[in-house]
Ligand binder design. Structure first.
Ligand code: HEC
Length: 304
């Protein structure tokens, strides 16, 4: 690849940093954020939140805290693998004899959600809407009344919001506070953006990716945006998203993810999958550029 001047590198690094925007949810401005965040973590990780028992954001292998709040199994929905009359929704271990009436998609990671405003594959919701009752038939629907009946919630709600009974908006706030803490600071890429390392191959590869236009969608320190791109399908043509345009998925995560793209259409870190995606967005990389991207992807975009 072409050597790049230090002025040019600085320019690219500054441009990416300038793209970085964080969108914090602030539905309840008057709160103790630290306590609210802790409350959010309890809800996120506990089975108390489900409309029925046995489901949680983290459980059922969907948004695992041990895996960048991402999935540990390939296809499990995230927009409701299963929606029953009584509202029961589970990710992976749903009863196999029950029909599914909502598409099954590859769960995205919640780490990095602070860099986005929209959620779900078609951007159907603002991110703070998806745990709420108004959002309806999704795996994200939470039983807020049930939460109010749990003693430990009362303690946290009193301390976070100075209330005896919380409403949906408070629990949603807590959940967003929890998820919005998790960024990608430990990756070499973000450390490079922060000036904490100065690897030459990172400078060269990032400049190349910038010039190719990747950061129009995978912009800023989150490597993500609310821009849309084309669904990436493999040769089976199977498209669970039922649309041709989807929200950008984070390019972080790499080999910790079980599969790539909303449809799980390619194996993790598949070169063929990358090439398909780039060509669909009108981007061509030479073999050497492709090698540089893949090296960068494997070295710099992962929290292992
Ligand atoms: C027009 C917007 C756009 C551009 C430009 C773009 N992407 Fe993407 N990217 C997307 C969308 C949308 C997806 C998700 C597609 C899907 O799920 O089917 C995606 C997914 C990815 C993924 C897979 C994420 C995962 O694990 O599922 C990687 C890696 C990626 N892009 C890297 C790149 C690189 C590198 C470039 C430049 C060479 C690039 N993208 C250019 C929008 C874009």
């Amino acid at each position: 690849m072409q050597a790049v001047s230090s002025d040019r590198v600085k320019e690219v690094r500054d441009s990416i940093n300038n793209q970085t925007q964080r969108y914090y949810t602030n539905l309840v401005p008057d709160r103790d954020k630290a306590v609210s965040t802790e409350l959010g973590g309890i809800i996120f990780n506990s089975q108390a939140m489900g409309l029925n028992t046995n489901a949680s954001c983290a459980g059922s292998s969907c948004h695992m805290p041990s895996n960048n709040l991402g999935p540990i199994a390939k296809m499990q929905g995230g927009e409701g693998v299963l929606f029953m009359k009584d509202g029961f929704v589970e990710c992976k271990f749903y009863p196999k004899n029950l029909g599914k009436d909502i598409m099954e998609i590859n769960t995205p990671m919640s780490r990095g959600i602070v860099f986005k405003q929209l959620a779900l594959s078609k951007g159907q919701a603002r991110k703070e809407e998806q745990p709420s009752l108004m959002f309806g038939a999704t795996v994200h629907q939470i039983d807020f009344d049930k939460l109010n009946q749990i003693d430990v919630m009362e303690y946290y709600v009193a301390n976070a919001f100075k209330l005896s009974q919380a409403e949906e908006i408070h629990y949603t706030q807590a959940l967003m506070d929890y998820q919005e803490q998790f960024e990608w600071d430990e990756t070499k890429y973000v450390q490079w953006l922060d000036g904490k390392n100065n690897y030459k191959y990172i400078a060269e590869t990032v400049t190349m990716l910038w010039d190719k236009g990747c950061m129009k969608c995978h912009g800023g320190a989150g490597g993500i945006s609310d821009e849309f791109g084309n669904v990436v399908l493999n040769s089976t043509g199977n498209n669970p998203t039922d649309t041709t345009r989807v929200l950008t998925r984070s390019w972080f995560g790499g080999n910790t993810m079980p599969a790539m793209y909303w449809g799980g259409s390619y194996a993790t870190d598949s070169r063929a999958g990358d090439e398909k995606h780039f060509s669909q967005e009108g981007i061509t990389l030479t073999d050497a550029e492709m090698d540089a991207w893949i090296y960068f992807r494997n070295q710099c975009l992962n929290i292992k």
